[in-house]
Design a protein around this ligand. Structure first.
Ligand code: NAP
Length: 287
């Protein structure tokens, strides 16, 4: 029996992952920001006789204070963590900041994933064959890090902030896989490709129309999009870092994509992030 944490496990991709883990006899903690979705998840767990193995934590993962609370709760619930599956996401194309002063896409797509990963690293290290899966948009060349203004304080397009957050989450995987203390923990960047979930609902126009068109033309049922991810969770890759778009491996060294997985950018972003979290008084979320 393995211990799973699935952020964003109350809907879409994460919910399918979490219910599959329960069906396979594992212990699962899911995190989402809507109580009703969490209650529905617990009801589904009850219906398959798994209520004793299912936990829902209601938290707004955009806030680092909430990530700290989740990390503490998972540490209290599990003595080790075998699978960390990072799915919590909401695409925002209107620029805005959290009450903690972090650009909102950066906060959820990147900083929360950093916080959960490193806040729980000692627990991951205690498992025999731990695995971290970052479910994201990997394999696209879009997105640049705005090094002189990571939080978009000077303004600028919300779409750029969204794309920056996607780039940052890829770099999180690159930096993780280069650390000596994560040697035994493979890290997978997984893009489910276009699957029919609610993810696009808060996109502004015209992006929402493009997303709906893509869903109509190419959208797969969520179970089909998640199937390759379930195989990776059951049988983790040997490589320290790998990336997939559906069933296809992403060639991270290709000329088009390599700049997005640049190790020096990854190290620089990691250092900036340590500074940011220290400045927020969140040293509990640092490696
Ligand atoms: N769907 C696609 O076509 C597609 C394509 C490429 C990549 N992906 C990636 O797949 C991952 C999962 O997306 P999805 O399609 O499954 O999305 P989804 O169906 O919208 O599910 C998102 C999950 O994140 C949770 N969440 C959102 N904001 C949160 C917050 N502030 N705090 C805590 N939890 C929060 C949601 O719960 P609440 O609503 O209760 O907060 C929900 O459980 C994302 O990382 C996305 O980038 C998806």
């Amino acid at each position: 029996m393995a211990n799973h944490l699935v952020s964003g496990g109350t809907d879409g991709v994460g919910r399918v992952v979490a219910l599959d883990a329960l069906a396979n006899g594992h212990h699962v903690v899911v995190v989402g920001s809507t109580q009703a979705k969490g209650d529905a998840f617990l009801t589904a767990a009850d219906q398959v006789g798994a209520s004793g193995r299912a936990t829902f934590l209601c938290a707004d993962l955009r806030l680092m204070s909430e990530n700290s609370r989740v990390v503490d709760a998972v540490r209290a619930r599990f003595d080790r963590l075998d699978r960390l599956v990072l799915c919590a996401q909401r695409y925002l194309t209107r620029l805005g900041h959290t009450v903690e002063g972090v650009e909102r896409n950066f906060a959820l797509t990147y900083l929360s994933r950093f916080a959960l990963t490193y806040g729980l690293l000692p627990h991951l290290r205690r498992a025999d064959r731990a695995l971290v899966v970052n479910v994201c948009g990997t394999g696209t060349p879009a997105g640049r890090i705005r090094w002189d203004d990571l939080q978009f304080r000077a303004g600028g397009g919300g779409l750029r902030a969204l794309a920056q957050a996607g780039r940052a989450t890829d770099l999180l995987g690159v930096a993780f896989a280069r650390r000596p203390d994560t040697r035994d923990i493979p890290y997978v960047l997984f893009n489910p490709d276009v699957v029919r979930t609610n993810l696009q609902r808060e996109l502004g126009y015209p992006w929402r129309l493009f997303a709906l068109a893509a869903l109509t033309l190419r959208g797969k049922p969520v179970e089909a999009g998640v199937a390759p991810l379930l195989r990776l969770l059951a049988d983790p890759p040997a490589e320290r870092l790998s990336a997939f778009r559906g069933t296809r491996p992403v060639r991270m060294t290709s000329r088009l994509l390599a700049p997005g997985y640049d190790p020096s950018d990854a190290a620089r972003l990691h250092a900036e992030t340590e500074r940011l979290l220290s400045g927020m008084g969140r040293v509990d979320l640092l490696p």
